[in-house]
Design a protein around this ligand. Sequence first.
Ligand SMILES: Nc1ncnc2c1ncn2[C@@H]1O[C@H](COP(=O)(O)OP(=O)(O)OP(=O)(O)O)[C@@H](O)[C@H]1O
Ligand SMILES: [Mg+2]
Length: 232
Amino acid sequence: LIHSEKLASLGRMAAGVAHEINSPLTGIVTFGHLLQKKFPPGSQEREDIDVIIDQANRCSTIIKGLLGFARASAAEKALTNINDVLHSSMNIVQHKADFFNIKLVTDFDPALLRVKADSSQLQQVFLNMTVNAADAMEGKGTLTITTRNVVENNRDFVEVVFSDTGPGIPQENLEKLFEPFFTTKPVGKGTGLGLAVSHGIIQDHGGNINVKSKINEGSSFFIRLPAQRENT
Ligand SMILES: Nc1ncnc2c1ncn2[C@@H]1O[C@H](COP(=O)(O)OP(=O)(O)OP(=O)(O)O)[C@@H](O)[C@H]1O
Ligand SMILES: [Mg+2]
């Protein structure tokens, strides 16, 4: 992808900055709590300190997202059936209110090749795709998840497609989707790290993500991961 090099160097920088900022932030929160105890609840000082602690905690949340983006935790890869990871991701979202009126359709290839993958990282990617689709469809519509084996340049890949019936993505946003902090969601709802993190994870697995979208029809995200023949 166009931004991949920019993202890689940004990732390294983010990891460095995140580590540096984390300890002074912890200091602010810790000393904030100590100071908080010196003022009675309801006093102006107490309220001001609460704001300081809240804002510092918000910074911590953003930093955690950045560390995820920089993939601070090393991937643990094992031969994985992607259908299983998708099933467990869907179990997580199915019972959430945002999905009550969304039809989840699955078309999984039972003969899907296996992938050398970190299943919890892939779960993170699949959850972000699913939540993005639900957000876009505003609670109603159909999300279709498909898996199949594909061959590209004589190499085996597993392809996972997330197709929604949402409003689609405007052309001018398509190229910004994978940039960190690009979001069209209100403050508190999205930080714009989901697709940037997903892109990093898929790239780390030797794969790629592509998107096709049509206004008023929907969007499809295509994820390809290098697959393994059982006997190799
Ligand atoms: N299926 C989709 N349909 C329409 N727009 C989408 C879809 N998926 C992503 N987008 C657009 O891409 C933006 C970036 O997505 P991304 O997952 O990176 O961040 P986010 O969902 O806004 O926040 P976060 O994932 O950090 O909670 C979204 O804000 C939305 O505008
Ligand atoms: Mg998201």
